[in-house]
Design a protein around this ligand. Structure first.
Ligand code: GAL
Length: 439
């Protein structure tokens, strides 16, 4: 009897050990689409556990994942001993991923590393909550201090400490347009708001949707509004607005809301049921002429729709914002409490390397965050964006979490979402004013 009990006990222990060490990670980056799911339930504490690096992002599917998969491939070639668990959660701009991440961080179950925008999202969010390890020594070891623009290092720093590694720089104030549609209608690209309205009117008369919008997720409309605000306020006052130094009932903010209302008169009727890719497709197909979208849309046009830069589609700065660059930088850091920080740093080291950035960015539509990447790997769009980045006023995006803390961004998205249907300028201004205490 005693012997039988002993055997049973051993069997139970073996099962417990097997369950604890079972690894839910995928062996292969291609196997990556944990869409809407959290594939790290087996981790005892933070991260993917010894031998595994769990990479958390919202890069799944069309227009999003190609760059990440190329980066993972490179990492796996350089570190065959480390397994990558690609824990991406679908939803543009992190609509779903950010909620999953918040739950995990609050439950002390951080991924090994996660996508986070430089600026408020990182600094007022996870750093302020004391959830991130400083990476100053790591930057020194990697000899990175002069390899990233100081402006970018500032966006990932708080109180003198650096907290993440930027993989890219996206631009948010771009309009992509269908070249054939513009040619067929004899149109020039608009540089001012008035020219934009003229062009849009002509397109509408010709039976073409002037501006594609897919605001199934509200951030796409918020993105339009922030670009109008930038045009109306100029880069310095745009920044002052998010610093709480300019009130939301300032005449120029009200004028921006009026313009936003006009611009929304030119979008496709089914905007509320489309995501950003579905909206961009309208431009690819020529059903719509233009879309304001961060330049991840360039990755989508090139890789997924097979369209050629400056042949099938062109691009120009959002009206009134030429000379400004709305910066969106995706970064990855080291959360406190991960089991294998050294392995996570191996991943960050590849992500921050020239090779890593040049594997990722030409596919993503972004430009490298590093100053010494290989320009020849980028097409005309990338080269133009690099030049513009170096010669523009840099401004932080609200829609992508850099300009203001998450609490405000959420309220702004809700207000914009209501505005898109009600077009009530007073209501938008009042709601933003009330939310300003979160700034
Ligand atoms: C942004 C992110 C980009 C891109 C985009 C659409 O927030 O910085 O890399 O993924 O969302 O999902």
């Amino acid at each position: 009897m005693k012997k039988l009990f002993g055997i049973l006990l051993l069997m139970v222990m073996a099962l417990v050990i097997a369950a604890c060490s079972s690894d839910s990670s995928s062996e292969d980056g291609d196997d990556a689409n944990a869409e809407g799911g959290d594939s790290n339930e087996s981790a005892e504490s933070g991260g993917g556990g010894e031998g595994t690096v769990e990479i958390f992002s919202w890069w799944t599917g069309a227009g999003e994942e190609d760059g990440l998969l190329a980066l993972i491939d490179l990492f796996e070639q350089e570190h065959p001993d480390i397994t990558v668990d690609n824990a991406a959660v679908a939803g543009g701009a992190g609509t779903n991923a950010k909620a999953v991440l918040a739950t995990r961080m609050q439950g002390d179950d951080p991924p090994s590393t996660f996508q986070v925008h430089g600026g408020a999202e990182l600094n007022e969010g996870w750093v302020a909550a004391d959830k991130m390890e400083p990476l100053n020594d790591f930057y020194e070891e990697q000899e990175w201090m002069d390899k990233f623009p100081q402006d970018l290092i500032d966006m990932v720093s708080k109180d003198g400490n650096i907290y993440s590694v930027p993989v890219n720089i996206h631009r948010g104030n771009v309009i992509f347009y269908n070249k054939k549609v513009f040619e067929d209608n004899g149109l020039e690209v608009p540089t001012t708001y008035d020219e934009f309205v003229e062009v849009a009117d002509q397109l509408q008369d010709a039976g073409v949707t002037p501006l594609a919008l897919g605001d199934k997720e509200a951030w796409t409309a918020t993105q339009i509004f922030e670009n109008i605000l930038l045009g109306e306020l100029g880069p310095d006052d745009y920044k002052s607005l998010w610093a709480g130094d300019i009130p939301f009932d300032d005449d120029r903010v009200v004028a921006a809301a009026e313009k936003f209302k006009t611009v929304l008169g030119y979008v496709n009727d089914d905007h509320a049921s489309r995501n950003w890719q579905d909206a961009a497709q309208l431009v690819g197909d020529g059903e719509a002429a233009m879309i304001n979208m961060g330049d991840w849309a360039k990755g989508y046009f090139s890789n997924d729709l097979d369209l050629e830069t400056n042949v099938d589609f062109g691009y120009f700065a959002f009206p009134e914002t030429d000379g400004d660059f709305m910066v969106i930088t995706d970064t990855f850091g080291l959360p406190k409490g991960v089991e294998n920080p050294d392995e996570v740093k191996e991943f960050l080291s590849v992500l921050g390397s020239v090779e890593g950035q040049d594997a990722f960015n030409p596919l993503k539509g972004s430009i490298p965050a590093r100053v010494d990447a290989d320009e020849s790997k980028y097409d005309e769009y990338g080269k133009d964006a690099m030049e513009d980045f170096n010669n523009s006023n840099l401004t932080p995006s609200l829609a992508h979490g850099s300009a203001a803390a998450e609490g405000f961004v959420t309220k702004a998205n809700q207000a914009v979402n209501i505005f898109v249907t009600q077009l009530d300028v007073d209501n938008l201004i009042n709601t933003l004013k009330n939310a300003a205490s979160e700034l």
